[in-house]
Write a protein that binds this ligand. Structure first.
Ligand SMILES: [Zn+2]
Length: 458
């Protein structure tokens, strides 16, 4: 009980800290209006696990462009929609069913749908139901997730346009369907922008994970000034195996993945690995928030910055990473910053070193130049500046200049103690080392999942 009270107090402190810092920030990527909404939400945050129906707790983007007002012209068309429903077959398909009748033959039924996610433009996709013209039809359109998949919990708005043989047309009102993983009985825990969905019964486990998320988010806001662009939903499966069962291509998954544009993270955490889970959650949460803040069609972040920010938000660098860094410094075989702009090596030792260097690069920039400049740097990447251009505009040095300055700070490395934490992708590497399995691609997985999450759904 005392532990619960302390967690609540700590949560409130963490939620108050970011709003104070935001008030001082002169650069903001997020919409200011969203900040005030967030602060109101934080005061009314749920403080207990809830089992309310999903429909009651959904946190969709609220983007008015998504929730289209479609005029229903059913009254005079002579076409009557008898039934419109959706079957969720997670994770493989959504099946949109339609029954309709008219005085004359119905000749076409088009499904229109729109996915609730960040997008560069409003995208409405169409699917044509297959049936023989008849005065009464019963048909369906199948969204095969093997072709373009959705993460658990994704929201889809849909409506039908139905035509008959003499040109009458009816358009149904839009409805929302959630692509829920209904193989489990999910409970939820909400604090501010974050909702955790779990089916594990242990409340203290849920709270520990939530606190790790709030701490990661608070640190990100305090140090850099980035905020989630939209509410974040985190689906915590009770094991990596359960998570893989949620995927169509499970071999392509590690322990978790962030779907940036959806604001959704899916991760497998068993209660006996809560320390790993807390770190992995905060890490993925950082990727998600940073990717949302820099969401644009113009380019991408250098890998050292992306991974460095995610590791930095975890706190102190783990000793195992620090040891790799110190060894490389003493042997004069540091990887250049320019090389670290590209995806990291799949060789374990180089990968360790890449993550360690990335952490210290971000630490160097934040410690010496502050969070406002980091936010400025992210903004310039979002606007499409090259790595050299963005660094030069903000700091006055390019990638090679950063390399030279940063190396000077590494002359006398100090090994620091810290909580044991391993990067999600490195878990795969370590297990592979232990079992002599092939390592090919293991470290590229997280990179791959980012590409995947950025791919077009329609
Ligand atoms: Zn990462």
């Amino acid at each position: 009980m005392i532990k619960r009270v302390l967690l609540v107090i700590l949560t409130l402190l963490l939620l108050l800290a970011p709003s104070h810092i935001n008030a001082q920030s002169d650069i903001s990527i997020s919409n200011p209006a969203c900040h005030s909404e967030r602060s109101e939400e934080s005061h009314s945050a749920q403080d207990k696990l809830s089992e309310a129906p999903f429909a009651m707790l959904r946190t969709t983007s609220g983007d008015p462009s998504l929730w289209l007002r479609v005029t229903t012209e059913q009254a005079d068309s002579g076409i009557v929609v008898l039934n419109s429903s959706v079957e969720v077959h997670f994770p493989v398909a959504l099946i949109f069913n339609l029954e309709a009748e008219s005085d004359v033959d119905i000749v076409s039924a088009r499904l229109h749908y729109q996915v609730d996610k960040m997008n560069y433009a409003q995208v409405i996709t169409e699917g044509w139901a297959d049936f023989a013209p008849a005065s009464r039809i019963e048909t369906s359109w199948v969204w095969d997730m093997r072709k373009s998949s959705l993460p658990p919990g994704a929201a889809v708005v849909y409506w039908w346009t139905i035509k008959d043989a003499i040109g009458n047309e009816v358009e149904t009102s839009p409805s929302v369907i959630y692509f829920d993983d209904n193989r489990y009985h999910w409970r939820n825990l909400t604090e501010g922008d974050i909702t955790l969905f779990l089916y594990e019964e242990d409340d203290s486990f849920a709270w520990e994970l939530m606190m790790a998320c709030q701490q990661g988010l608070a640190r990100l806001t305090r140090d850099i000034g980035t905020y989630p662009e939209r509410p974040i939903q985190i689906y915590v499966y009770a094991s990596a195996g359960d998570l893989q069962g949620a995927m169509i291509f499970p071999q392509e998954w590690t322990g978790g993945v962030a779907f940036t544009e959806f604001g959704i993270i899916a991760i497998g955490i068993s209660p006996d690995k809560v320390d790993w889970g807390k770190a992995a959650l905060a890490h993925e949460l950082t990727h998600l928030v940073v990717h949302q803040a820099t969401f644009s069609p113009y380019g991408r972040l250098p890998t050292w910055l992306d991974e460095g920010l995610a590791m930095y938000s975890q706190g102190e660098l783990d000793p195992s990473f620090r040891a790799q860094l110190d060894k490389a410094i003493s042997e004069d075989r540091l990887i250049s910053v320019r090389s670290l702009c590209s995806p990291f090596s799949s060789q374990p030792e180089k990968a360790y070193l890449s993550y360690a260097e990335s952490y210290t690069l971000v630490e160097y920039l934040l410690d010496n130049y502050g969070g406002n400049k980091m936010l400025n740097l992210l903004t310039l990447f979002k606007q499409g500046n090259t790595y050299d251009e963005a660094l030069t505009k903000v700091y006055g040095f390019d990638v090679d200049g950063l390399d030279a300055l940063w190396r000077k700070t590494l002359k006398n490395p100090v090994v620091q103690a810290g909580a044991v934490w391993l990067h999600p992708a490195l878990i795969a590497v370590l297990s592979a080392l232990a079992t002599s399995l092939a390592l090919a691609g293991a470290l590229a997985l997280e990179e791959w999942t980012w590409h995947r999450s950025c791919s077009k759904l329609s």
